[in-house]
Ligand binder design. Sequence first.
Ligand code: TYD
Ligand code: MG
Length: 439
Amino acid sequence: MAQARSVWTCTQCGAQAPRWQGRCNECNAFGTLVEEPLVSSSAKSRATSSGGPAPEVTALSAAQAHEPPRVPTRITELDRVLGGGLVAGSLVLLGGEPGVGKSTLLLQAAAQLEAQGVRVLYVCGEESPAQIGLRGARLGLDSDNILLLPQTDGELIERAIVEYKPDVLIIDSIQTMSDPLVESTPGSVSQVRASTARLQRIAKENDVTTLLVGHVTKDGSLAGPRVLEHMVDTVLYFEGDADYEFRIIRAVKNRFGASNEVGIFEMGGSGLVPVASPSQAFIEARGENVSGSALFATIEGSRPLIVEIQALVTPSYLPVPRRLATGIDTNRLLQVIAVLERRAGLSFASQDVIVSVAGGIRLTEAALDLPLALALISAQKGVPLKGKAVAFGEVALTGAIRKAPADTARIKEAGNLGITHVISAPSTSSIDECLTLFA
Ligand code: TYD
Ligand code: MG
């Protein structure tokens, strides 16, 4: 009988089955089984039983000795999220929704790298070289040393790398790549994983810095349930969709720098431009003395930012009033509304509540509670906050306001914009005190 050459593995629990099943026998998840090539057990045992030399080990102190060399991309906001530039030989994943600007940014980075004498090989699996050329013309780039390779076959890409010896390899996108050893279609979990594994090996063997473009699926994860995130050194996500003027890159993982660092760009007629003073840009369009608006002094990564929280409260025509949040977790909104109802005596019953963060940035910091509460109170009363102020602080279920970390950095950033009035703990210590802050 012919030997099975592949095995089906559950991407959730790792259980294996000899053939495809709709549901995993172990964890009962549906549609999670993916095909993987089988590694023969004789190949595995050979490695342990052969009498060759023992593998080499390195002392921790020796391994610490050298700081990895970096090449700056000379795009300030990209260098910031990378932790100072691209680390030679590292693997970077740039994820984001289609149309957000991944290809644009990487072509701009390629041009900057090339200007420093770095050889770049751009593998375009999605677009033709002519389309990349058009984009390059639009960005005002012309370069003889960015090599374009329209190819999706992993083996041929490897041959091209050995032939042209690039310093930086760009794969646009990993979902179009296929490994000849894996039979499933491009974009499937096993293909994405096999292609990334091959690129990882090539990167280490040839000391090529590799940038992978990854499309994000609707539920926010990369196609292939997060398998890529574990394999790469750095994961950057493009936030904000094509509707917003700002494009935000967040480092969700970085082996060579701080995670959660953000880079802020604006998409213009000739590509992505780093935003020099983001706080200024975020609150630029804000009207004076409008109700339902509060400024939040937040910390994103290592950088303080001033952003505007907007709220709208309207009579609801639905039996269950709606609560809509953009850029903020809906559960956070529900919690703040509950605290306002119980601890500050406000009622949002039979009213729809809509909140959003101006500019399209996503906020997850707990200190968001207080400015969110202020925007909600202001919207509910139809009265603006007295004077120009920034706020920050987590609101406890008891209605108490907690101190937030790095308050001096936040206050300083507000000061840079000429805002000196700060609403935070301990001077404002409970949510009912906030009711007096309105004109
Ligand atoms: P693109 O970089 O192709 O996005 P992705 O690779 O993430 O799918 O394009 C992003 C969008 O930006 C596209 O709709 C066209 C637009 N764009 C500009 O507004 N200005 C420009 O200079 C360029 C090159 C693109
Ligand atoms: Mg693209």
